[in-house]
Each structure stands twice: as structure tokens, then as C-alpha cells.
Design a protein around this ligand. Sequence first.
Ligand code: SF4
Ligand code: MG
Length: 325
Amino acid sequence: TERLLTVEQLHVSFHTRDGDNQAVRGVSLHIDAGETLGIVGESGSGKSVTAKAIMALIEPPGEIISGTIEYKGKRLTELSEKEWRKLRGNEITMVFQDPMTAMNPVKRIGSQMIEILRRHRGLSKEEAKREAIELLRQVGITEPERRLSQYPHEFSGGMRQRVMIAMALSCKPGLLIADEPTTALDVTIQAQILDLLKELKEKSDTAIALITHDLGVVAQVCTRVVVMYGGMIMESGSVDDIFYRPQHPYTQGLLRSVPKRAGERERLVPIEGTPPDLLNPPQGCPFMARCPHAMSKCAELPPIYTLGPGHRSMCWLADEEAKTQ
Ligand code: SF4
Ligand code: MG
């Protein structure tokens, strides 16, 4: 498999009056061509900030403090804004939680799509229109011709997300970053959008980074998972590693808080406590204050242990000696 994206030792901070909020603290991950990587964590875990850093969308008071991001051997962290404009929306695209933020509310869907198709694919106006119709059809929007002349507010939330996915995939990007693409939608529509992503995935070579707080979403579409907490990666592995052999207490806690079936909420066990204050992050394991297995050794930052092929956990429990100290 071809290595598409490599993030190494990424640190991102937001400068505030009270100090630096260290939102991302040494994240290293990779995405291979064509795979679907889930990046999971609670809000404030650093997952969205990581995604924004990959897209070079961190704006002041935010700043990439250190680390490298490479895409197909190119250092993204060293590209100019001009070079980025060629890449963003073309080779690397993004879908957000609220598609409205990425749409122009006073322009018809058709002209927005046609503009993007002309700009990125160099199509004529006629070709772009035909392609827009085809794209809408592909994402399951009926009467696409009529839909083109409508405004974003005339589409339901789920429909808008379909349009965004159609637009994001229209340029056949190498990488699609989807940040909580279904969070704002109700459960039925959520399932439809995930099915759509899966279906489109099977037809293309686009790799997907799916950012979500919902492990249920990950189980449905991802092949590999990275679990984030307190700006760091706690555990990473295949979907099977994470769901059947979770080693990190935070992953285990997350799994206990996921409904097995819709409506099973009453059996869920939320993880007690609150995430660490990233203005003053703990020196040791970030999960220590909430971890049921915390021991004295955990006041030191654990190293990353390899538990099996591609399966890693940043927790002292993987260390027999640490447990006896
Ligand atoms: Fe819990 Fe310690 Fe592992 Fe952190 S390192 S998750 S506190 S056992
Ligand atoms: Mg977010």
C-alpha cells in the first residue's frame, strides 16, 4: 500500500490571555492510499485541530508549534498559501459537520457546483453542469436538474451533506477529511450518509479520515482507528483491535459508553470526570485523573507500546514492570 499522509510529532497551540492551550501534543499518524481512518475522541481531544492542521487551516491565535506533515512526499507544513490553493479542494478535500458553513447561502447549488468543477477540473460550463447533475444523482438526490436551481436552505441537512460529499469527491481527491459529517443529523439520515460514504469509497481510491466522537460511526466505515485524548493519541489499531482487543483504559471506557443497538442508552456507562486542562496539561498520562487503573507510575508520561501489528497503546498497563512499582 502507498503511504499517502504522514503526520509526525505535531504540536498545535492556541495562544490565549491565560497562556497556551496545547490542543495537540505530539500526534504522529499516517494514512495509506484508499483506506478509511477513524480519528475518535471527545470534544477537546484535539481531533478537529489535527484535521485542520493537515489542511493548513489553523489560524491565529492558533499555531503549529512543531512537527511535520507530509502528503505524497510533499511537506505540507512548508507549502505557501498559493501552493495550498492548488491542493486544497482538489487533492485534499474536507467535509464539515455543518455543510452550511462551506456553502454560499445566497447562491444556487448549481452555480456553486459548476464554479468548483470549472475551477478544479477545467470543465466548460456545459460540461460542468452535466457533471453536477451526474454527481447529484450519484449521491442519491432525485430530480437533480431541478435541484441545481435551488438555494442551500431549500435542501434538508442530510441533502446538503450529500451535496458537500458530492462536491468533495468530484475532483477525485487523494484524501477526504470528514469532520463529524453526520453529527448534526438525525439517526436515520446519519445512517444514510454513512452508507453513502461507504458506497462512494468502494468506487474510488480516495482515502478518508473520518473524525468523530462516535465509535459507532467508526465501526460502520473505518478500517483503522486512532483514539485521541487530551491532545494525544492513546491507542491506535485496526477496527478489530479497537473493538475486540482494546488495551487502553480510555478506549475501554469509550466502548462502554457506546450503545450496542439504538435505544440501549440505559446500559451505557459514561466515563466519569472531565478532560485535562490543556492550558496546564498534566505531565504524566493525560487520562490519569479519570482512569480506573491509575497507579503511581502514571504520573510519568507512558511510552507508546506496540501490542501487535499496527496496534499501539500509550499506557503503562502494557509494561509488566511498571505494574509492580
Ligand atoms: Fe490509566 Fe495509567 Fe494507563 Fe494512563 S497510563 S491509562 S492512568 S493505567
Ligand atoms: Mg470538533
